[in-house]
Design a protein around this ligand. Structure first.
Ligand code: SAM
Ligand code: SF4
Length: 336
């Protein structure tokens, strides 16, 4: 079992498999001018699989594949298969924009992928195109339909809420009624602002604190006759335990509504994760520039060297992000 220097139990690894993407969401990635790193700078799938195998011997049990868009990485299903077969790994999940799921869901499921989070910030076609710059909402809807039909469980919808966007959040509450969809509202993080790349100048004022959001949705759901928004009382009622979200549900709903607050009520005290970037940097915290060179250990070293990098990162995990938001990287380079 791995513990960090603050006694937190670390069993979760988020792996960004690429910094490339088939969309260009306003808050995540600039439309143009991204300085693409050469292919050789990225970890190969074999290197990622080896890192996961070493991490599993140190107590990592759960893997989430992310990006950029993980489904644009060729061979991603092979990586899923090898991660699933790694002794000690209990679940392999993915965060995706869902666009390529209709093509790839079957092979991912057969490879052992158990769950998917699909990012969708609006149910309005024009607003979807505006936010993603390149996307067509029907493609995301087809991705969601496919995820449910393929049997991924749970299927969660990640909604980044930005005050200036005036998203119709009640529409998402409705979405949780008819199908087993677990909608999670995520506070916008003005990450890219500090390096000038993303967010259209949105600042911390564009982050709607979870408490405000819960009130807002609760009131508008009641006014629309959707019933009472009730907090789930037991972890067993949540889609997969508690995680960092607080979960609620509307009476009679098949799904739930979750609220994730990285900022207004951060969960650093319960942080259980490390992040591996596509370039092989191991990051102890989303909001820190601290990084550890896993790529060099993977390319030039033994498994013991890889383990040493992992233990260095664990030993350096900050106790909290200390309200610093923003690093030298944009979100598509970290993986969210
Ligand atoms: N392309 C995949 C997707 O969109 O789901 C995976 C990568 S994306 C970087 C992972 C998550 O980070 C997505 O749910 C996305 O909405 C979220 N994200 C990106 N930029 C963000 C920001 N500035 N604030 C909050 N969440 C953000
Ligand atoms: Fe791509 Fe996901 Fe970033 Fe959107 S949020 S640009 S889909 S990586």
């Amino acid at each position: 079992m791995a513990f960090d220097q603050h006694g937190r139990h670390i069993d979760y690894l988020r792996v960004s498999v690429t910094d490339r993407c088939n969309l260009r969401c306003l808050y995540c990635m600039p439309e143009e001018g991204v300085a693409w790193r050469p292919h050789e700078a990225m970890l190969t799938l074999e290197e990622i699989a080896r890192f996961i195998a070493v991490a599993a011997t140190e107590g990592i049990k759960r893997i989430r594949l992310t990006g950029g868009e993980p489904l644009v990485r060729r061979g991603i299903d092979d990586l899923v298969r090898s991660a699933v077969r790694t002794p000690g790994i209990e679940s392999v999940a993915m965060t995706t924009n869902g666009i390529l799921l209709p093509k790839m869901a079957d092979s991912l499921r057969q490879a052992g992928l158990s769950r998917v989070n699909i990012s969708l910030d609006t149910l309005d076609p024009e607003q979807y195109r505006y936010i993603t710059r390149w996307g067509t909402i029907d493609d995301a809807f087809k991705g969601i339909d496919t995820a449910l039909a393929t049997g991924f469980k749970p299927v969660k919808i990640n909604v980044v809420v930005v005050r200036s966007l005036h998203q119709d959040l009640l529409a998402f509450a409705r979405m949780s009624m008819d199908r087993p969809l677990h909608v999670r509202f995520i506070e916008y993080m003005p990450v890219g602002e500090s390096c000038g790349g993303a967010g259209l100048g949105w600042t911390a004022a564009d982050t709607i604190p979870n408490e405000e959001l819960i009130d807002l949705i609760s009131q508008s759901a009641a006014a629309a006759g959707l019933g009472q928004l009730t907090a789930l009382s037991k972890p067993s009622e949540a889609p997969d335990g508690w995680g960092p979200a607080r979960y609620y549900h509307l009476e009679g709903a098949q799904g739930t509504l979750g609220f994730i607050s990285a900022l207004s009520r951060h969960f650093c005290g319960q942080c259980n994760r490390l992040r591996l970037t596509a370039e092989g940097e191991l990051l102890p915290c989303l909001f820190s520039d601290l990084k550890f060179d896993a790529k060099a250990a993977l390319r030039e070293g033994t498994d013991e060297d890889v383990r040493a990098v992992l233990l260095d990162a664990l030993g350096s995990k900050p106790s909290s992000h200390h309200n610093r938001v923003g690093t030298e990287r944009l979100m598509h380079q970290i993986g969210g």
